[in-house]
Ligand binder design. Structure first.
Ligand SMILES: CC(C)(COP(=O)(O)OP(=O)(O)OC[C@H]1O[C@@H](n2cnc3c(N)ncnc32)[C@H](O)[C@@H]1OP(=O)(O)O)[C@@H](O)C(=O)NCCC(=O)NCCS
Length: 153
């Protein structure tokens, strides 16, 4: 299939130690309870984790962390830099996760999201993810509920 003009500018590459300062900056700008830098270093060493950075015109604009749960793929983190949101990069990474899950022969993709995170929930729902449950008080900073989403391959 032909690549769109946006797709031609995007690369998804495995996260490396040298990306972590920039990734952490995006994380800090994006969440009230960000992952730590140590957390990102740990993802690189975790054999069940597949962390990727997304570059747009060679500049880091986002990242996605995928966990291998055996029969399913779990999206542990998906984030786009505030300056590059609403361009389709989040959707691109969700589609990348679907490709990865297909490649690995997995049956489903799962994730959790804050109940109040309407933009992310809209993205997931528009990509065919279905809300399958709620985890009460899941987020430690404000005890907000998490909505669990699942995408069946
Ligand atoms: C959620 C997030 C990854 C989406 O990334 P993005 O690159 O901005 O998303 P896209 O441009 O691909 O948007 C895809 C769809 O999501 C929905 N969406 C995204 N941002 C939205 C917003 N601000 N308001 C309403 N809908 C929104 C829309 O349906 C959009 O499709 P459309 O532009 O055709 O209407 C990004 O907003 C982000 O990093 N947020 C902070 C971190 C976060 O909450 N991550 C998810 C944790 S579970």
């Amino acid at each position: 299939m032909q690549k769109s003009d946006l797709e031609k500018r995007i690369k998804l590459i495995p996260l490396k130690n040298e990306h972590i300062d920039e990734v952490y900056e995006i994380e800090r700008l994006s969440y009230s309870n960000p992952w730590t830098k140590f957390g990102f270093y740990a993802e690189i060493r975790n054999p069940f984790s597949m962390p990727y950075v997304l570059t747009l015109d060679e500049k880091i604009a986002g990242y996605i962390v995928l966990w291998d749960y055996g029969e399913s793929l779990h999206i542990a983190n998906i984030t786009v830099h505030p300056d590059f949101r609403r361009m389709g990069l989040g959707r691109y990474m969700i589609r990348f996760a679907k490709e990865k899950a297909r490649e690995l022969g997995m049956k489903a993709i799962t994730l959790e999201v804050r109940k109040s995170n309407e933009s992310a929930r809209r993205l997931y729902e528009s990509e065919g993810f279905v809300a399958i449950g709620v985890i009460k008080g899941y987020y430690p900073d404000n005890h907000e509920d998490a909505v669990v989403y699942k995408y069946e391959m």
